[in-house]
Design a protein around this ligand. Structure first.
Ligand SMILES: [Zn+2]
Ligand SMILES: [Zn+2]
Ligand SMILES: [Zn+2]
Length: 257
């Protein structure tokens, strides 16, 4: 029986909300460099015809023209990656992590897998890490925020908590770094969002890219997807898997907690 239920969704701070009425397309993971920059790991999306999609709160909504034929929608207050709208196709691609309920879709495949980061594989265990990077060049999709931080990236941890799922649109991946080594080359649209748990999240309010997170106790981590070249790191662990989305499985053999 096909799903004709309205599914509500929102960004983390609530300044953007929408409803998408089923049936919703199965979810595809996209590993292109734009999706990796925007989400901070890799982006994923379901899709729905525009006539079954409605924005119900748009206070925080910003559209960034990411290519000649598509725009990306994100929240300028919390930085959540929400939408991808291809021109002339009459549909909206929506991040599965943005939904407030659990629509009956499943992650059914991956695209642009050749552009995946070096620290994970789209399917299965992560590859053997490349050479350690002493200095990691990072930046957002639009170029308004660029910085470097001392490596090595080392272990990359995937986080499936509710907050990371809302902000990245799927789930996050990051590595610990020493904030004292952070050097900005550009920070024109650097925005900071104070999360409900007392942490601070850095993102670009020009394009919505996820950049870094500083926890309430000062621990600093960088989103693996914002690294410009190879990270030299390796996905090593999944955390907060109790909160993971119902639409995907974790089957890369790594420890889960
Ligand atoms: Zn928001
Ligand atoms: Zn940007
Ligand atoms: Zn998290």
């Amino acid at each position: 029986m096909s799903d004709t239920t309205p599914h509500p969704g929102s960004c983390l701070c609530g300044a953007v909300a929408f409803t998408a009425t089923g049936p919703l397309r199965d979810v595809l993971g996209c590993h292109c460099s734009q999706c990796r920059k925007t989400s901070g790991h890799y982006w994923a999306a379901t899709s729905v015809p525009l006539e079954r999609f409605e924005i119900t709160t748009d206070e925080g909504l910003v559209w960034f023209r990411s290519s000649a034929t598509a725009e990306r929608g994100f929240c300028r207050r919390c930085g959540a990656s929400l939408f991808w709208k291809p021109e002339g196709e009459g549909r909206m691609a929506i991040a599965p992590g943005a939904f407030d309920d659990a629509p009956p879709f499943t992650l059914s495949g991956h695209i642009f897998t050749e552009d995946a980061g070096d620290y994970y594989a789209p399917d299965g265990p992560p590859p053997t890490p490349g050479p350690e990077q002493a200095d990691l060049s990072c930046g957002c999709l639009c170029g308004d925020v660029a910085f470097s931080v001392s490596g090595p990236a080392g272990e990359v941890w995937a986080c499936h908590c509710d907050q990371c799922r809302k902000l990245s649109g799927h789930y996050s991946a990051s590595f610990d770094a020493d904030e004292a080594t952070l050097r900005y080359r550009a920070k024109r649209n650097l925005s900071e969002y104070r999360t409900p748990g007392g942490g601070t999240r850095g993102f670009c309010s020009g394009c919505g890219s996820s950049l870094w997170f500083r926890s309430a106790d000062g621990e600093f981590s960088v989103e693996a997807g914002c690294v410009d070249g190879p990270t030299g790191g390796q996905l090593a662990r999944h955390i907060f898997t109790d909160s993971k989305g119902a639409y995907y499985a974790i089957d890369d053999g790594l420890p889960q907690e």
